[in-house]
Ligand binder design. Structure first.
Ligand SMILES: [Zn+2]
Length: 381
């Protein structure tokens, strides 16, 4: 099932992960087994280097996305990059950290303002009261202005549509796609609606704990002998923090590099607070790092640059395709979208599905429209 990003205001999302839900207690050990069943709500742990771990939440648990959280155990303390989508997931991660080490988490980095990356801030601060939370000044500004209601709006709208659709199906005896409304189907849909409704309430109630350290372009700090370099870049949100560990050659990108949760296929979505020209520049900047491990905003860690480079190629082709279409005299947005076909690039991703009705097709169309607007605005040139 496909998830949408929180900052998308459309909701395809909604009615998803129900039926996967048997909660496991916090602190249950993480597993490295990629073949674990969908009912498993424990975190996956990937060891990236000595003391550097990637924790990944199952989609069924995180619902919105499956945000990557990197935990770095230093000489005296722990540094964490991003804090998950849900308080429950953050609590699981905190239990995992405590199983790894008795050292406290003293530093938490928020990659960007989309709530799937920082909703666990409150849990981390409760667990580690002395913690410092770092983000870019732009991110902190967005966090203070864009509330939970904005981010959950699409989910709420979808919830209302799901309720209406179910009521109509019960009345007609069949769903809109012609399935008979059996008792099982009705119960399943009701359960989905109920779970989503509780998720909406949960998101609205998450305490919004803002960063207390902000930087603009770059920030370097040391913990014990370990060096952390932060850079402000553009991803699916402007002013996104990217982390580079130079000794370990690990690059943690947040949603500057968007990957599907299972790592299969092209980038599945884009969101709102960015321009494509600086995003492309940031992707090229990522490529210039001496990195042997790349951790995208979600999905498995990458041990080479193939996915990054293909995505650079994709974004460059979008910008180029839009400019060439404009030069040929095509100026209406719909016509430009029709003129820019990048399926050949989409198919180069592992299991890349392309076409207008796929997430890739939707994403490319959105980016093409955005690039066309930016060509008018003088950002793309
Ligand atoms: Zn994002």
């Amino acid at each position: 099932m496909r998830r949408s990003h929180p900052a998308f205001s459309l909701l395809t999302v909604l009615v998803l992960s129900v039926g996967h839900a048997t909660a496991s207690p916090a602190g249950q050990p993480a597993t490295s087994d990629p073949g674990r069943p969908a009912t498993d709500r424990t975190l996956t742990k990937d060891v990236l280097a000595d003391g550097v771990y990637l924790f990944r939440a199952p989609e069924a648990l995180d619902r919105w996305t499956a945000t990557n959280v990197v935990v770095v155990v230093n000489q005296d303390d722990v540094t964490v990059f991003d804090s998950f989508t849900r308080p429950e997931t953050a609590r699981l991660a905190i239990a995992e950290i405590r199983a790894l080490t008795a050292k406290p988490v003293r530093t938490l980095i928020n990659s960007h303002w989309h709530m799937d990356h920082w909703s666990g801030n409150d849990e981390f601060r409760k667990a580690f009261p002395g913690i410092q939370i770092i983000a870019t000044a732009e991110t902190r500004g967005y966090m203070s202005r864009m509330g939970s209601a904005f981010l959950i709006d699409g989910t709420r709208a979808g919830l209302a549509r799901s309720r209406e659709a179910l009521a109509a199906a019960i009345k007609a005896g069949t769903t809109s796609d012609g399935r008979a409304v059996t008792g099982d189907l009705r119960r399943e849909r009701e359960r989905e609606i109920d779970e989503t409704s509780r998720f909406v309430d949960e998101v609205l109630a998450i305490p919004r704990v803002l960063p207390d350290v902000a930087f603009r372009d770059e920030l370097t700090f040391w913990r014990g002998g370990r060096e952390f370099r932060l850079f402000s870049m553009t991803g699916d949100a402007t002013g996104s923090a990217v982390l580079y560990l130079p000794a370990e050659k690990i690059l943690v990108t947040g949603d500057v590099l968007v990957s599907p949760p299972d790592g299969q296929g092209p980038p599945p979505w884009t969101t709102n607070s960015y321009a494509i020209a600086p995003w492309l520049a940031s992707l090229r900047r990522l490529d210039a790092f001496d990195a042997t491990v790349i951790v995208p905003g979600q999905g498995p860690a990458m041990r080479d640059k193939a996915y990054l480079r293909l995505t650079v190629q994709l974004f460059a082709a979008i910008v180029d395709g839009v400019l060439r279409a404009l030069e040929r005299g095509t100026y209406r947005a719909d016509d430009i979208v029709a003129a820019v076909n990048l399926d050949a690039i989409g198919r180069q991703y592992p299991n890349g599905r392309t076409g207008p009705d796929t997430p890739f097709g939707t994403m490319v169309a959105r980016l093409v429209r955005k690039a066309a607007q930016e060509a008018l605005d003088g950002i793309v040139k």
